[in-house]
Design a protein around this ligand. Structure first.
Ligand code: FA5
Length: 355
């Protein structure tokens, strides 16, 4: 056995292992070169005892090195083939795509954004206010003094007084720190907050969360959303309100819808109105959504009461304006034909995923 034979065998093993294309080919090469019985390297090792002591000293280690090398080459090639297969799979453009699961916007978020956009396009500014409110802004400044029966219109979550109260009052710019705190029952307190800081003419909408301590049913929740509107100037009239709100519904529902103004009572407006829209599902004929009346009540509204202007620091007869407060869930229920308001807050993904 010559040293050249070993070198030749090494070359041969290297070449065939590198060009092997499958795991089966590699297994066959393993058997061919280092197989226990008839492997070529094994066979040479078996001839070692016949060599002279001197030759054994050089050939023995050389054969061992060759055996190790063949083993390493085989392992490396097996890994290469596996990597190559992975890469091929990663860029196989003929494979069907994997669906990426994306989140959904809640239907109330969708409707709120749409309402903001419609009003912004009509030159209204969008402003917000705190959910924890003082008695002053939620009631007194809106012409609803303590012990006035109108307070019963809004069942209130009162907050327990604590040491933190002073800090919260300060942070929310509440000058009336002696007031009790509550979860706002409507978005109307933001009317006062805004007027304290701005001079007319202006027109704003105020989307926000409100809370009421009342029993829930298919159209009432204890936690729901309103969008307040307020437009004040020297000569803003109810006719302006009728136009603005008619235009708003037309743009929101993307069709002509009739609206109906009914006399109503809210202490912070005079006159006060309830606004109905023609049922967009049945077109006024009567259905389950409008409870067969053909109309849906969606908001309260009216001309701002002089006492409210005074509470905000304006002269009582300096300006005039209209205000309204619409229920966001009611609008979403009409738009998406949703029969029960409680579905919005059920956390049921089968409901949410439809939007
Ligand atoms: C108010 O809250 C007045 N602040 C609205 C207003 C603003 C009047 C400005 C005049 C001027 P009301 O309580 O009616 O009004 O609520 C307004 C709208 O909120 C209702 O038309 C209804 O769409 C919705 N709403 C009232 N209570 C609930 C409730 N429990 N769950 C869901 N939506 C409600």
């Amino acid at each position: 056995m010559q040293k050249q034979d070993i070198a030749h065998l090494a070359q041969e093993a290297k070449k065939s292992i590198q060009s092997a294309k499958t795991a089966a080919e590699l297994e066959a090469l393993r058997v061919r070169f280092i197989g226990r019985k008839d492997g070529e390297v094994t066979k040479l090792m078996k001839q070692l005892p016949a060599l002279s002591v001197e030759d054994r000293r050089t050939v023995g280690p050389a054969l061992n090195a060759l055996k190790n090398e063949v083993e390493q080459l085989l392992t490396a090639r097996v890994k290469d083939l596996a990597d190559e297969a992975d890469r091929r799979q990663a860029i196989d453009v003929t494979m069907p795509g994997k669906k990426v699961a994306t989140g959904h916007l809640h239907p109330l978020t969708l409707v709120e954004r749409e309402i903001r956009d419609v009003f912004k396009a009509m030159n209204f500014s969008v402003v917000e206010g705190p959910e924890v409110e003082s008695e002053h802004y939620n009631f007194d400044a809106l012409n609803i003094p303590a012990n006035h029966p109108a307070r019963d219109m809004w069942d209130t979550f009162w907050l327990a007084t604590s040491d933190k109260r002073q800090a919260t009052s300060k942070k929310n710019n509440m000058s009336h720190v002696a007031d009790r705190l509550l979860l706002r029952t409507h978005t109307s307190p933001v009317q006062i907050r805004y007027m304290e800081q701005h001079q007319p003419p202006f027109q704003i909408v105020v989307p926000g969360r409100v809370f009421r301590y009342e029993a829930t049913d298919a159209s009432h929740e204890i936690n729901f959303y309103q969008v307040e509107g307020l437009m004040v100037g020297k000569d803003v009239t109810l006719a302006n309100f009728k136009f603005v709100i008619g235009e708003f519904f037309k743009r929101l529902f993307k069709k002509d819808v009739s609206i109906r103004l009914r006399p109503s009572y809210f202490p912070f407006v005079e006159p006060g109105l309830d606004v109905d829209v023609e049922c967009v599902k049945c077109g006024g004929k009567g259905c389950n959504i409008c409870k067969d009346s053909g109309w849906l009540e969606v908001m309260g509204a009216g001309m701002v009461h002089p006492h409210v202007f005074e509470a905000a620091g304006y002269g009582p007869h300096e300006y005039q304006g209209f205000a309204f407060g619409l229920g966001l869930e009611r609008i979403a229920m009409i738009k998406y034909n949703i029969p029960d308001i409680r579905l919005f807050y059920s956390g049921d993904l089968r409901f949410i995923k439809q939007f």
